[in-house]
Design a protein around this ligand. Structure first.
Ligand code: SAM
Length: 577
């Protein structure tokens, strides 16, 4: 069953895939290139269907995909089928070795020096592919046959809908290889965009990058990096990616698009390259509790004939079902995103959900009437229960509102935040700023080891949660302010706040240039940069390096196994040259 969508435009959600906010996600498989060569296309590959390139999870939902389909497969633009100076034509079958992998999971092939991004192909493989689109500097193709698997890495994707969904761009790559690729992707960006020298894996010690700390100390003080005995800048250390032992069923949040199918209301995921909704009840990267909740909500909505939203007409009511599960408390939240205020049989709907969803603690409604692919509107109301659910990370309790950012992989979040605290090297007396603080998660981790922490975040509800979180954890050395970091931090600067450490955890677009300027003026001894986008990270590191900081260590953490998303924590020190 599927629900037709209007157009095939881009989808923008308000969070990052994990760390929502922006970003693009494209599928790499055309659904036929089965691992281990099992069901690869015949040599002609003639019957293969071009599905476009962007698929989206519902249950497994990346929270921040911005598909650029028209760039990928022609989309609404009329794409040329041949171009002067380009050695391939649209529709042509080519053979190519695959020399790399993009963050969208496309293999990078070369034909007579021309770059082709090949869906379904992996590095080291020799493939036959059909050219889908061409541009002056690169084109796109779809693997039709695996000619030589090379050194391997290809595995059978365990998910039965991997081919149509496209939400997991890397499921056909062995997990250990995914971790290596993620580290390499960070390294490549640091070199190419950040113009940074990167040490080989495991090579060197981070403090060798630093010539002298800001206060001139060079002893054994952990908070003060040591003198570089060689007197010059040495390479940045990029550690191996911290992965999961069991990289499945990790997501604590599902965001499911709702539409019409032949039999009525359906909900699942957007088919790869479209806004057609495909009914789906199971996703291997989603916590089972969320699957159960979504199933129950869909059943209840069907029983009461709640009208599903129709993207093509802009009519209908239920647009998305967003659910969260707090593993440490067992609490669950349901958010019904609706195209209007009135829900028919609202009371019965609430009762049915309460009956069918164990641990339900909060049922909310978010109103989104705009013709947009942004999931949430500005207004949220609580239909039943609390307006938040509670979860715990490393002994700290957090209240989470429907629209607040909260990391989706709880097991890895402890590792990510632990690394951020480690890189902050706090001794108890420091003043710390946590920019882009969300509901104060990192702020509270830092506050356990610092004198004072100031957090700033643009979403007002998140700051309400952050204040509540400080209170319920009895932490009174933290202050939060609503606003754009780039606006609030200069105000703090003017008020005489002089941070020893600044932590930034921006959305995918990276730090605002004004914020970088303020950081360079404030000159904290250390900066910790938490990033969900290696390219904007590398751009910002270059600016910080040019302003007098040295990038010491980079720790990639796999927050989103089987997807192309990469998270990294970076430590920087101020130096005097
Ligand atoms: C990647 S999340 C990090 C949140 C938090 N550090 C955490 O780990 O839960 C980025 C946060 O930045 C917020 N944000 C986006 N633009 C902002 C800005 N200009 N100033 C302050 N916060 C912003 C988003 O609302 C989001 O909560």
């Amino acid at each position: 069953m599927r629900s037709g969508g209007k157009g095939r435009g881009s989808e923008t959600h308000s969070e990052r895939g994990g760390k929502g906010n922006g970003g693009s996600t494209h599928a790499m498989s055309d659904g036929r290139n089965k691992a281990n060569g099992a069901t690869l296309r015949s040599k002609s590959g003639a019957s293969a269907k071009n599905r476009g390139s962007a698929g989206k999870h519902g249950l497994g939902g990346r929270d921040h995909s911005t598909a650029k389909r028209s760039d990928r497969t022609g989309g609404s633009r009329v794409a040329p089928s041949s171009l002067a100076g380009v050695p391939v034509q649209v529709g042509q079958r080519i053979e190519s070795g695959i020399v790399g992998l993009t963050h969208d999971g496309e293999g990078v092939g070369r034909v007579e020096g021309y770059t082709l991004f090949v869906r379904g192909a992996l590095p080291g493989e020799q493939v036959r592919a059909e050219v889908l689109s061409i541009g002056k500097s690169f084109g796109r193709a779809r693997m039709t046959e695996l000619l030589d698997r090379g050194t391997g890495g290809r595995v059978e994707p365990p998910c039965p809908i991997h081919d149509t969904c496209g939400g997991c761009q890397l499921q056909h790559l062995d997990y250990q290889e995914q971790l290596k690729w993620k580290r390499q992707h960070v390294v490549d960006n640091l070199r190419r965009i950040g113009k940074l020298e990167v040490a080989g894996e495991g090579g060197g010690q981070a403090w060798r990058r630093v010539e002298q700390s800001v206060d001139g100390r060079s002893g054994d003080d952990a908070a003060s990096p040591k003198q570089n005995s060689s007197g010059g800048h040495s390479a940045v250390i990029v550690h191996p990616t911290i992965g999961m032992d069991e990289p499945w069923r990790y997501r604590n949040k599902a965001q499911v698009p709702i539409g019409h199918g032949e039999g009525g209301l359906i909900g699942g995921f957007y088919e790869m390259g479209s806004h057609d909704i495909v009914e789906m009840d199971s996703c291997l990267i989603q916590q089972e509790e969320n699957e159960e909740t979504v199933r129950a909500v869909k059943e209840a909505a069907r029983m009461l004939d709640v009208p599903a939203y129709n993207r093509a007409t802009g009519r209908g009511l239920l647009r998305h079902v967003v659910v969260r599960h707090a593993r440490t408390t067992g609490q669950r939240m349901v958010v019904l995103v609706t195209n209007g205020y009135d829900i028919p049989h609202a009371q019965e709907l609430v009762e049915l959900i309460r009956e069918r969803v164990p641990g339900i603690a909060s049922i909310c409604q978010n109103i989104q009437t705009a013709e947009t692919s942004v999931v949430f509107g500005d207004e949220t109301r609580t239909l039943w229960g609390e307006d938040v659910i509670y979860d715990e990370i490393d002994g700290i309790q957090f209240a989470i509102s429907p629209r607040s950012f909260f990391q989706v992989n709880p097991e890895q979040t402890v590792r990510l935040y632990g690394k951020a605290v480690e890189y902050a090297t706090l001794t108890g007396g420091e003043t710390v700023i946590d920019a882009y603080c969300g509901i104060g998660t990192i702020s509270l981790f830092l506050a356990r080891h610092a004198d004072r922490v100031f957090g700033v975040e643009i979403v007002p509800e998140a700051i309400e949660d952050a204040r509540r979180n400080a209170a319920i954890n009895g932490m009174n050395n933290v202050e939060f302010e609503v606003g754009a970091s780039e606006v609030v931090m200069p105000r703090w600067q003017a008020a005489g706040i002089t941070p020893d450490v600044i932590v930034v955890d921006p959305p995918r677009k990276g730090c605002d240039p004004a914020l970088i300027t303020t950081m360079l003026e404030l000159k904290p001894t250390r900066i910790v940069y938490v990033s969900c986008n290696p390219s904007t990270l590398a751009r910002d590191l270059r600016l910080l390096e040019d302003g007098g900081y040295r990038t010491m260590e980079v720790q990639p953490v796999d927050m989103f196994p089987h997807t192309g998303h990469i998270e990294a924590v970076v430590s920087l020190y101020w130096i005097i040259n």
